[in-house]
Design a protein around this ligand. Sequence first.
Ligand code: PLP
Length: 399
Amino acid sequence: MENTLNDELLKWRLEFPILGNTVYLISHSLGAMPRATLSRLADYAETWATRGVRAWAEGWWDMPVTVGNQVASIIGAPPGSVVMHQNVSICQSLILSCFEPTPKRNKIVYSELNFPSVMYVYEAHARDGRIRIETVASDDGITVPLDRFLAAIDEETLLVPFSHVLFKSGFLQNARAITERAHEVGAMVVLDAYQSAGTVPFDVTELNVDFATGGSVKWLCGGPGAGYLYVRPDLHQTLRPKTTGWMAHEAPFAFDPELKYAPDIRRFLHGSPSIPALYAAESGYRIINEIGVDKIREKSVRQTTCLISLAEEAGFEVTSPKNAAERGGTITVSHDDAAAITKELIRREFIVDYRPGAGVRISPHFYTSDEELELIVREMKEIRDTRAYAGHETVEAAF
Ligand SMILES: Cc1ncc(COP(=O)(O)O)c(C=O)c1O
């Protein structure tokens, strides 16, 4: 294991207050809050208090695009190609609303391990029969066979909304192969990068994805309410989203009764933006941009590899992929009583979570020390061996 003194990323620990009193290994769920977020939220309140309504014209109206530009640099998107929304679910609805399915092109392809909220959006639209869904099965509940996924994408496919990294198991899907196959048959892809952005390097321009969406809650350390939507620049002038609002108008303040779409990325906005969430999110983006995702990934691969060895040495079964090229930043560890063990870990200030079928989800991030990896595995082993989890046996996932 690398000597802690050689890990230059550990200097960031001081910027994350929660690391002082917990072993925080849950960045796949809620990344730690940067200390700077406190002052950014104070800036928001101060601006509102002192500038009042003038704040809108002094930056607030532009924030969905200016803050989007900070996300853009993390995901390889050009400036002016990302807008901020509240969450991924609304972004998926907005994307789907850009299309007119026809009987010859009305199929949506995704895997059964897609994030459920994303599936709900398409399922709800499938009810009236205008789209149909082909769900690609997983054999093990952890991975999705690439060949099977690619074979499901055909000339009738309209959209392929897929997770880059699966939320449950950390399996990293082959975004390039899926995008190439979709384009070969005239379909478009929606890359859900929620579980990859900030921990797995990728470039939406180079991958040539049509849309990408994600949020800031997890690896970006930006907190809730700051979802992002990337749209490939050559689509900006042709798509006409039906999930829309006055911010998508070319001149919102003309209060024109007729919608005339903005000629650029702003046509993918809808109503008034969530300003406090955008203030809160920026500090995380700044840190991720400053460190760079390549460096974060290098450390993540080293630490997740180390976690796998430690967990296996302690007699646990690791269910997430063993091959680093096939996983994101999360390791999952199974045990019949994984839910109860998780509850006991949290009680002891080891912050992780549990997903049925995968087990305890453990995610080191750039701020994690190697010592914390040893501590969590030692604690899990102790909880298992002493059955200290026994009082929690009926618990379900709480977050
Ligand atoms: C892959 C993935 N997509 C989407 C979401 C969340 O979607 P929303 O932003 O709509 O809450 C999550 C959250 O766990 C996720 O892991």
